[in-house]
Design a protein around this ligand. Sequence first.
Ligand code: ADP
Length: 226
Amino acid sequence: MPKVNTKLVAWEEVVEWCRKLAEVIEGSGWRPDIIVAIARGGYVPARLLCDFLDIHDLISIQILHWGKAAEITAKAHVKYPYTIDLSEKRVLLVDDIVDTGDSIIVAKEYIENHWKPQEIRVAAMQWISPVAKIKPDYFVDEVKEWIWYQYPWTRAEDTTNFFEKIVSEKKKEGKVEWTFEELVKEFKSWYGIDVGEAYYKLSFNRLLKTGVLKKKCGCKNTYIAV
Ligand code: ADP
């Protein structure tokens, strides 16, 4: 059994979800003038919605919130605050997933107060209803049991963070020596997904670059948790 409930998401699924999301929005009879993507998770869905809804105005707002490997570290806040006039516009605020809802709440409040749109609505592919503090106006899946969606645009980042988590947890149990193959095996068993060799290599190299692991002297394939 995996230790973390994780779903590996394929690019094709994202396209399909966004196509469905566009249908839901269109079906509601409401049409936005402009889409605001929440960076960074909302970028790809927002761009696809522009295509499916034939919207040409797309901007972004960056919200910082989540820390490493699915752990909350900081309060959500606008990273680069700026002001524009959207008083004539109907705004669609887009994110990949509504989990706690904090990013959406902070972005929505900021836009309402500083950009003063005519109206603002929220769309996301997934809505984790038991934990979310806000329900998006438009969504594709209501998720009833918390799960980490491993979206294709965070594959390297998540794999690296998940590797790091494994190394630090195992270190507490006294395991400090690793081979690449061992770590990959552990990853598959903890998360129940397989992201593929290229991502494992890239992420393993990141651990070496950031000093989480270092090569064991005189041993070709053995690494030490620092
Ligand atoms: P929101 O305000 O949209 O609920 P959160 O503040 O909870 O978002 O999380 C911020 C971002 O972290 C999300 O937009 C998403 O990119 C990422 N994220 C949060 N929860 C998950 C999850 N369960 N699976 C994948 N990505 C997630």
